[in-house]
Structures are given as structure tokens and as C-alpha cells.
Design a protein around this ligand. Sequence first.
Ligand code: GLP
Length: 240
Amino acid sequence: MEISVHDNYEELCRFVYRVFARRILSEARVTLGLATGNTPKRFYELLVDQYERGVLNFQDVITFNLDEYYPMDPDDPHSFVRYMREHLVDHVNLRQEHVHIPDGSTEDPEREAETYEKRIRDRGGIDLQLLGIAENGHIGFNEPGSDWESETRLVTLDQHTRERNFEDPEDAPSRAITMGIKTIMRSKHILLMAAGDHKADVLQKALEGPVRKEVPASVLQLHPQLTVALDRDAATALSI
Ligand code: GLP
């Protein structure tokens, strides 16, 4: 595990940008795993900015998002499809058929989950996976207690997750389709990014505590190529 701590959020995002840009620039065809949430917003802005300047080309880049709420209309402002359009997809030359996000509007979510997992496998797996972390230690929507062997599947969201992600938790879907722990762990390289002192405690547990299902992100300690990128506030509880 390599942990890098940055002076502020901007520096953190610039670091994450450089890791991704290196892959995009050096490989003919790269498969990226992408995350949503507040944390990566500036990182996506940097990708768009560098695309506009002619530095990056997304023609042969393939993306798989971690998760989507269920049920969820793709046009709903809370959908991760909308998020990705707004923050990346509508602004760069990613090909539509290369962008994958679980379909939250399907009538058969179990089948969608299985197909999604298969699509990842058929593309040869994920080369570089971006992850955020929630205060309860979830990665993607793998809530505490998730099985280490889990693949993409339909899950029930914790109340904590519904409250943190929606102004009115009553509006929040109770379920989601998420890559599983095993799906994430199969990625060749994982970059976990976090900012802010509200993430400090969970990061200490995830990175320095025992590996246990109650803290899903703790499984990342066992990944052979994990990069953790934090701002100073997120790193305050770590012993490094
Ligand atoms: C959501 C997503 C996670 C994300 C987490 C952190 O629940 N499913 O993939 O990592 O939120 O979000 P934020 O970056 O807003 O703290």
C-alpha cells in the first residue's frame, strides 16, 4: 500500500489526475473504474480541462462505474448516469458504447447485475479503479457486513447511506446495484481517494485496523496494488 498525503483538496485531485492521465496516455486501450460522490468532482474537472486542451484523448478509454441506485431513472438528478454526464461524459470524447453504469431502470436488477459483472470480465477486467469511502466504511455500495466473495449484485442500502446521500432520506431508493468486493479487488490497480476530517476515523480503521467485514474498505489492505491519496485533514488519525 502506498499512501500519499496532500496539502489540500486541489493538490489531492491533481495527484489523482496524474495517476489516471498516465494510464490514459500510455496505454492504447485502458479500462477505468469510476466513482461518484463529492470527492472526485474536481478530479473530473481536471480530466475535462486536459481533454479540452488536447492533452487527453478518450477515444479508446472504457469506463465502468461502481454502482447505481435501484430503482433509478437515468434522467433523475440523483442518478449516477446524470452525475457522470454532468461531470465527464458530456464533455469528453468517450464513446457511448464504452461507458458502463448499472441500469437502475431495469425490471430485472439481478440479471442486470450478472450481465454487468460479465461485461467487466469480457473487457478483460478493470485496469485502474477509483474509489471513495463513506463514513461507515462502504466502498461502492458494499455496506458493512458485505461478503468478501461478492460480485456485482442488488443490495439494500444502510439508513446511514440514505441519509448522507439524500437531503430527504425518504426520497432515497432503498436499494442499489453495486460492484461487489471481489469485483473491486480483481482490479489491477486501486486508487482510494478521500478528503476532509469527517473521513479521518474511518480511514484509520480501514487502513490500520484489522481486516473485517464491519469495515468493508479494510479489505483493501490485502490488495497488491493499492494507492491511497488523502488530503491532510483525512490523514489526521493515521499513524504515518
Ligand atoms: C457514495 C458512493 C461511494 C462513494 C461515497 C463517498 O455512497 N456509492 O462510491 O465513495 O458515496 O462519497 P463522497 O465522496 O461524497 O464522500
